[in-house]
Ligand binder design. Structure first.
Ligand SMILES: NC(=O)c1ccc[n+]([C@@H]2O[C@H](COP(=O)([O-])OP(=O)(O)OC[C@H]3O[C@@H](n4cnc5c(N)ncnc54)[C@H](O)[C@@H]3O)[C@@H](O)[C@H]2O)c1
Length: 261
C-alpha cells in the first residue's frame, strides 16, 4: 500500500516507516525536520526504492496538495506534532501552529484529494490521526480506565492542542465524510526517542553519573507501551477500521497516565 506519513523522522513515525518498508509498502515521509526530527533514524532505508522523503510543513497547503497529487497515497498517517509537554508549557503557540492549524490544513488537502478519487479509491482511503491518551487527562488511583468515549480533559497546552486536533479530525469525518480514524496511545518507549523524554533522559543521565530528577514525590504512575507495538496497532487500525472509528492503544489501565507534576 502507499502511505503518506507525516513526522516520520521522529521517534514513533520512524519506527512505523521502518515497519512499512520491511512489509513491502511504499512510504512518502513529509517531515519539517524540527529539533525532534532526525534523518539518521531512517538511514538504513534512505536509498530504498519504496521510500521517498520531502522536507516540509504539514501546515503548508500548497506543498501537501502537490504531494497528494503526485504521490497519490492510499493511507495517510499523521504523526507530525510538537510532542513535548514541558516545551508546550514554555511555548504553547508552536503547539497551536503545528498540532491544530497544521493538522487542519493537512485535513483540507486530504479532503481536496479524496473528493476527486473514484468510488473505490474513496471507499478504501483512510486518514489516521495519531493522538494521545493525554487528551483524557489524569486518573486517580480508584478511577476506572479510560475508554474511547471518556470525556476530554486536557491538562497541558500539549494535550489541549492534541484534543483540538482530534475535534477537527472528527469534524472532517462528520461534516465532509472524509474517512478519518483517531488512535489514542499511552507513553511510548523504545529506540530513537529524543533524549528530552523521560526514559532516554534517565538512562543518559545514569550513564553520565548525573542526577536522576524525580518529579513530585515519585509516587505518580505512567502507562507504557513499546513503540513497535504502537506502530503495529496503527497499521492494524488503518487497514481494517471503519471510517470515523476511534481506538485507544496501550494499557490505558487503571493507573495509566497519572501526570508527573
Ligand atoms: N511519544 C509518545 O509517548 C506518544 C504517545 C502517544 C501519542 N504520541 C503522538 O505520536 C506522534 C509522534 O510522537 P513522537 O514521540 O514520535 O514525536 P517526535 O517529537 O519524536 O517527532 C515529531 C516529528 O514531527 C516532525 N514535525 C514537527 N512539526 C512538523 C510540521 N509542522 N510539519 C511536518 N513535520 C513536523 C518533527 O520534525 C519530528 O520528526 C505525535 O503526534 C504525538 O502526539 C506520542
Amino acid at each position: 500500500m502507499k502511505f503518506l506519513v507525516t513526522g516520520g523522522a521522529g521517534f514513533i513515525g520512524s519506527c512505523f516507516i521502518l515497519q512499512r518498508i520491511a512489509n513491502g509498502d511504499s512510504v512518502l515521509n513529509l517531515d519539517k525536520l524540527t529539533y525532534a526530527g532526525n534523518p539518521e533514524n531512517l538511514s538504513s532505508i534512505a536509498d530504498h526504492p519504496n521510500y521517498y522523503f520531502v522536507q516540509g510543513d504539514i501546515a503548508d497547503k500548497s506543498s501537501t496538495a502537490k504531494i497528494f497529487r503526485d504521490f497519490k497515497p492510499e493511507f495517510v498517517v499523521n504523526f507530525a506534532a510538537e510532542s513535548h509537554v514541558d516545551r508546550s508549557i514554555l511555548e504553547p503557540e508552536a503547539f497551536l501552529q503545528t498540532n491544530v492549524i497544521g493538522t487542519t490544513r493537512l485535513l483540507s488537502s486530504a479532503l481536496d484529494y479524496w473528493n476527486h478519487l473514484c468510488k473505490a479509491g474513496k471507499d478504501s482511503f483512510r486518514f489516521l490521526h495519531v493522538s494521545t491518551d493525554e487528551v483524557f487527562g489524569s486518573l486517580g488511583k480508584k478511577d476506572p480506565s479510560f475508554t474511547e468515549s471518556s470525556p476530554y480533559r486536557p491538562n497541558s497546552p500539549y494535550s489541549a492542542s492534541k484534543a483540538s486536533a482530534d475535534h477537527f479530525v472528527r469534524a472532517f469525518n462528520r461534516t465532509y465524510g472524509l474517512p478519518t480514524l483517531i488512535t489514542h496511545c499511552s507513553n511510548n518507549y523504545g529506540p530513537r526517542q529524543y533524549p528530552e523524554k523521560l526514559i532516554p533522559l534517565m538512562v543518559l543521565n545514569a550513564v553520565a553519573g548525573k542526577e536522576l530528577p524525580v518529579y513530585g514525590d515519585g509516587a505518580n504512575i505512567r502507562d507504557w507501551i513499546h513503540v513497535e507495538d504502537h506502530c503495529s496497532a496503527i497499521d492494524l487500525v488503518v487497514r481494517n477500521a471503519a471510517p470515523g472509528a476511534v481506538y485507544n492503544i496501550g494499557g490505558n489501565s487503571e493507573f495509566s497516565n497519572l501526570e508527573i507534576v
